[in-house]
Design a protein around this ligand. Structure first.
Ligand code: SF4
Length: 570
């Protein structure tokens, strides 16, 4: 129902009953002194980046020293079990980031434990075993380097995936480690379950080779300078690299990637860093190059006055823009309210442009965070119309061997098995001059626990097979949703912005399925990084969109049985 109100004094009317109600909220810095271990920490210590780095939490003992018995033993045991059995990232939490967990909870033992369990920042920065999906903790086709970034290295650390853009991984560390890190293959310390890949070149040599490649490749105009996190590159080294980049006149966009803007804003508030940013920004402006900073903030709780202050200081130093690329995750931000609260805080209070939300990538042990595509599509629709158009983030799926696609750009979607199909309009570094690369469709997968029982049963039966073989198995014996895709909504995220369930979620969601034109083909090839049950991967998942379909699927599924083609040598 729409409500028109007429304030007595103004005589104006406004529609107030909306799925989401915007209310401007002031940012606040949670009081760190609520924790016993920080009870005597002064404001000047808190603002000191060296103090923050020196007191970052790296293990349970250090967490205990801060929080003490305000957290139940069961929480510490749950955390220890996860680190031993599931964690793909080691623990590293600057105090600033820990302080944004359960920010308004009274420091009482039982209440804090429950607040920690429910907290969105805790859920991705400090995962515990009971968070994980018990049966389908990893998708059978999860991969350590799920985007194949290192497969596309043209020199060590330089990924050339898109025609005009490259990613420069300057180093493999960050001031904070996120549980869902898509570069978990490379970034951070090894964990009991994951031995990390290591960069082999000296940093100076690696950077020289990157610059040599860019000088020799004038079709590249855009460089994402990342890692890891550029906050861990010493400023003189980073400034030297950026200055040399700016000497290449074909480079027109440079983006610095740092989650530390939110996790360690103290770093970006240092005078020596801001002076350096100012020098580089003025050089960029003089050469008409767009120099921006991209950060990674997933929840409104992370947007504090210090984060806003650091952002404004960077803009004042001359950066053209500061933009946010968050990750869409169940239990963290997968509701319209969460996304809009975050975007309004970013755009309205911190001068950070909401830019993207990525669907969480298919890395091992990430299924409890990942959202199915239909949920991402509904969320995209739910957040339209509230923010300025230029500040309305796109929700994107980063499809292996393809790249980022807006979630509504899917070309076919099998809701029963949770498989979406995508195309691309350019060749990646892996395609070479392959004439067929642009004719294939490439699959992506919903988390299996989000499927109906029949879909889960199919995966239970076939998940041991490599992708191409699994997709060749018929599922005629299963009882399937009549429309090819009615999946119940156990997460509330298919709901409208006000939290009420979208009628489509109970009556059969509109499936995003285009006419089925393809038969699947996929080579069976060597598995990169495939060393164990949590590291299973499929080398190539490509399907020829023009091949003849082999049709023995149950009718009405909007899906065709797949034929297999051998592309292993590609
Ligand atoms: S900051 Fe980025 S690169 Fe570093 S751990 Fe988090 S997601 Fe990975």
């Amino acid at each position: 129902m729409t409500t028109l109100i007429e304030p007595e004094q103004t005589g104006f009317t406004a529609v107030t009953d909306q799925p989401y109600t915007y209310v401007r909220r002031e940012l606040s810095e949670p009081d760190w002194r609520r924790y016993p271990g920080w009870a005597t920490v002064t404001e000047s210590e808190w603002r000191d980046p060296q103090w923050q780095r020196a007191h970052s939490i790296k293990n349970i003992g250090q967490l205990r020293a801060v929080v003490g018995d305000l957290l139940d033993e069961r929480f510490y045991a749950d955390l220890a079990a996860d680190q031993q059995q599931q964690a793909t990232m080691s623990m590293l939490l600057p105090p600033q980031m820990l302080n944004t967990m359960a920010p308004h909870c009274a420091p009482e033992r039982r209440r804090l434990t429950e607040a920690f369990y429910a907290d969105p920042i805790r859920r991705y920065m400090l995962p515990v075993l009971s968070d994980r999906e018990p049966e389908w903790g990893s998708h059978p086709y999860a991969e350590r380097d799920s985007l194949h970034e290192s497969d596309m290295w043209v020199v060590e650390g330089l990924t050339h995936r898109y025609p005009t853009k490259v990613l420069a991984e300057m180093l493999s560390t960050c001031p904070q480690y996120c549980g869902h890190c898509t570069r978990m293959d490379l970034i951070g310390n090894s964990t009991p379950t994951i031995s990390k890949t290591r960069l082999t070149l000296q940093p100076a040599d690696r950077q020289d080779r990157m610059l040599d490649y860019l000088r020799a490749t004038p079709t590249v105009r855009d460089v994402v300078v990342s890692g890891g996190d550029v906050a861990n590159v010493s400023w003189p080294r980073l400034e030297s690299f950026l200055t040399q980049l700016l000497e290449i006149d074909t480079i027109r966009d440079i983006r610095l990637a740092t989650k530390a803007l939110a996790a360690l804003p103290q770093h970006w508030l240092q005078e020596k860093v801001l002076d350096g940013v100012s020098r580089v920004a003025h050089l960029a402006a003089a050469r008409h190059v767009n120099l921006a900073l991209h950060t990674h903030i997933n929840h409104v709780q992370s947007v504090t006055p210090l984060v806003a202050a650091a952002t404004r200081a960077l803009l004042d130093a001359g950066l053209r823009d500061v933009r946010n690329q968050g990750v869409l995750m169940r239990g963290v931000n997968a509701s319209a309210d969460d996304l809009l609260d975050l975007c309004f805080a970013l755009q309205g209070e911190a001068n950070i442009l909401p830019y993207y939300f990525y669907m969480c990538d298919m890395i091992p042990n990430a299924e409890h965070w990942r959202t199915p595509l239909w949920q991402a599509q509904q969320l995209q629709l739910s957040i339209m119309g509230y923010l300025p158009g230029f500040a309305t983030p796109r929700i994107v799926c980063d499809v292996p061997y393809v790249g980022k696609r807006w979630v509504h750009q899917v070309v076919r979607y099998d809701r029963n098995l949770g498989i979406s199909y995508w195309t691309k309009n350019y060749r990646t570094g892996l395609d070479g001059s392959d004439a067929e690369a642009l004719k294939r469709v490439y699959p992506f997968y919903d988390p299996i626990d989000s499927l109906l029982a029949a879909g889960q049963a199919w995966w239970r039966e076939n998940s041991h097979l490599p992708c191409d073989a699994a997709l060749s198995v018929g599922y005629d014996s299963l009882t399937l949703a009549p429309d090819g895709g009615t999946v119940p909504d156990p997460y509330g995220a298919a709901a409208g912005a006000d939290g009420e369930e979208d009628p489509a979620s109970t009556s059969g969601r509109p499936s995003v399925i285009l006419p089925s034109t393809s038969a699947a083909t996929a080579p069976s090839g060597p598995f990169r990084n495939g060393h164990g049950p949590t590291e299973t991967c499929v080398r190539r998942q490509q399907f020829d969109i023009h091949a003849e379909p082999v049709s023995h699927r149950p009718s009405g599924l909007g899906h065709q049985q797949h034929a297999v083609r051998d592309d292993a040598g590609q």
